[in-house]
Design a protein around this ligand. Structure first.
Ligand code: PLP
Length: 405
C-alpha cells in the first residue's frame, strides 16, 4: 500500500495501535472536527455523534457560549491550585448550589474523583457524626454498577473484567441487586453509612430501575440514617429529561455526584454536592486536588451549567426523548428485544439470536451515525441534548435501515 492510496484514517489507526495502551476498542473513525451534534473525520466524512462522549457533550461540540467563557478565562488566569483563592471558584460553587439545592460543593476534575470524594465524605460522616466504630463503615452499592476506575471503585464492581488482576481491593462495600428495595433494606445495618447508586445505569447497559425504587431507597436511608448517594455523572444535567434523574421521583439525595457535562465537553469538571452536615467533616488537609476548582474549570463549569438551564435542555430532552423512544419502539425489526431508557439516554437491546450489538454500530457508522455498544447487546443512543427533531429524524431513518434488514 502506498501513501497516496492509504487513507489518513488508516495511518492514524496504525499509529494508535502501535503506541497506545490497548485499554479501549473504539470504532475505527478518527475525528478531527466537531460542531453541535456533528463531527468530521480526517478523510472528510461527516457523522452524527450519538454517544456525546458518554454524556460529557450534552451541550454539543464546541458550544459557542462555553467556548467564549473558556477563551475569556484563558486570557486572564488558568490555575492557582487551592493554596490560593481564585475569583471563579466561589461563583461557580454558588451557582451549582443554587441550581441543585445543596448547601456546599467540593470541586474535582474527573467523575471518579468526585465518587472517591463522596466515599471519603460519607465514611468520615459515619465516624464523626453517626458514631460508627472506627474502620467499620459500610457502603452499599448495586450489582452492574459503574462508578469509575480507581482501585477502590473497581473493587466493588460486579464486572469481572473491571476487577481481574487489580486486587487487593478496599473493604467496606456490599452489593445488592439493582432496583431491589427489599435487598437494600436487608443489607442495611448499624454500620451502614451510605447507599451509592446510579438512578439509571449507563455503562451497565441503560438499565431503568423499577418505578418507586428511588423513593423507597430515600425512605430507607432516612429511616436508618444512611446517606443516599446519587451518582448522576452520566444521568445528570438534563440527560434523562429532568435536570437530575432523581427528579423523576422528586427525591433529593444526601450526596449528589456530578461530572461529565459539567465540563461542557471542553474540560474535565466534576463536583460532589452535599449539605454542611456532610461537607463539614472535611478539614484542611483531609482531601484535595491540584486542579480541582481551578479558574479555567470554574469558568467553563459556570458556562456549561448556564447553557443547560438557559436553553431549557432538560425540557427539550424530555419531549424529544419521548418521541424518539416511541419511534424506535415502532421499528419493525427482527433483531430488537427491547428499547429502554429515559430522555435521550436510550438503549436498544439486540436479541442474542441476532449476535452482538457491535456489527450494528459498525453498520450505523457506515451510514453516518456514531453510536457505541455497551455490555455487548445494547446499542446506546445518547446524542447531544441540543439536537433538533430534524436531526433525530435522520438518525431514526438510518437506524430503521440498519435494524430492519
Ligand atoms: C463516567 C462515569 C463515571 C466516571 O467518570 P470519569 O470522568 O470517567 O472518571 C462515574 N460514574 C458514572 C455513572 C459514569 O457514567
Amino acid at each position: 500500500m502506498n501513501d497516496t492510496t492509504a487513507s489518513k484514517t488508516e495511518s492514524l489507526l496504525a499509529e494508535v495501535d502501535q503506541y497506545s495502551a490497548h485499554n479501549y476498542h473504539p470504532l475505527p473513525v478518527v475525528i478531527e472536527r466537531g460542531e453541535g451534534v456533528w463531527v468530521w473525520d480526517v478523510d472528510g466524512n461527516r457523522y452524527m455523534d450519538m454517544l456525546s462522549a458518554y454524556s460529557a457533550l450534552n451541550q454539543g461540540h464546541r458550544h459557542p457560549a462555553i467556548l467564549a467563557a473558556a477563551h475569556a478565562q484563558l486570557e486572564k488566569l488558568t490555575l492557582t491550585s487551592r493554596a490560593f483563592h481564585n475569583d471563579q471558584m466561589g461563583p461557580f460553587l454558588r451557582e451549582l448550589c443554587q441550581a441543585t439545592g445543596f448547601e456546599c460543593a467540593l470541586p474535582m476534575n474527573t467523575g471518579m474523583e468526585a465518587v472517591e470524594t463522596a466515599i471519603k465524605m460519607v465514611r468520615k460522616w459515619g465516624y464523626k457524626v453517626k458514631g460508627v466504630p472506627a474502620d467499620q463503615a459500610e457502603i452499599i452499592a448495586c450489582e452492574n454498577n459503574f462508578h469509575g476506575r480507581t482501585t477502590t471503585i473497581v473493587g466493588f464492581s460486579s464486572e469481572e473484567q473491571y476487577r481481574d488482576g487489580f486486587g487487593p481491593f478496599t473493604p467496606g462495600f456490599k452489593l445488592i441487586p439493582y432496583g431491589d428495595a427489599e435487598a437494600l433494606a436487608a443489607a442495611i445495618n448499624e454500620n451502614t453509612v451510605g447507599f451509592l447508586f446510579e438512578p439509571l445505569q449507563g455503562e451497565g447497559g441503560v438499565v431503568v430501575p423499577p418505578d418507586g425504587f428511588i423513593t423507597k431507597a430515600r425512605e430507607l436511608c432516612t429511616q436508618h440514617r444512611v446517606a443516599l448517594m446519587a451518582d448522576e455523572i452520566q444521568t445528570g444535567l438534563g440527560r434523562t429529561g429532568r435536570l437530575f434523574c432523581c427528579d423523576w421521583e422528586a427525591v433529593r439525595p444526601d450526596v449528589l455526584i456530578i461530572g461529565k457535562a459539567l465540563g461542557g465537553g471542553v474540560y474535565p469538571v466534576s463536583a460532589t454536592m452535599a449539605d454542611a452536615e456532610f461537607m463539614n467533616v472535611f478539614t484542611p488537609g483531609d482531601h484535595g486536588s491540584t486542579f480541582g476548582g481551578n479558574p479555567l474549570a470554574a469558568a467553563i463549569g459556570r458556562a456549561a451549567l448556564r447553557v443547560i438551564l438557559d436553553e431549557g435542555l432538560s425540557e427539550r430532552t424530555d419531549q424529544l426523548g419521548t418521541w424518539f423512544i416511541n419511534e424506535l419502539r415502532a421499528i419493525n425489526s427482527p433483531h430488537v428485544q427491547e428499547v429502554r431508557g429515559k430522555g435521550l439516554m436510550i438503549g436498544v437491546v439486540i436479541k442474542e439470536s441476532s449476535g452482538i450489538a457491535r456489527p450494528f454500530c459498525e453498520a450505523l457508522q457506515a451510514r453516518g451515525i456514531l453510536a457505541k455498544e455497551t455490555h455487548h447487546q445494547v446499542i446506546r443512543f445518547a446524542p447531544p441534548l441540543i439536537i433538533t427533531q430534524e436531526e433525530l429524524e435522520f438518525a431514526l431513518e438510518q437506524t430503521r435501515k440498519v435494524l430492519s434488514v
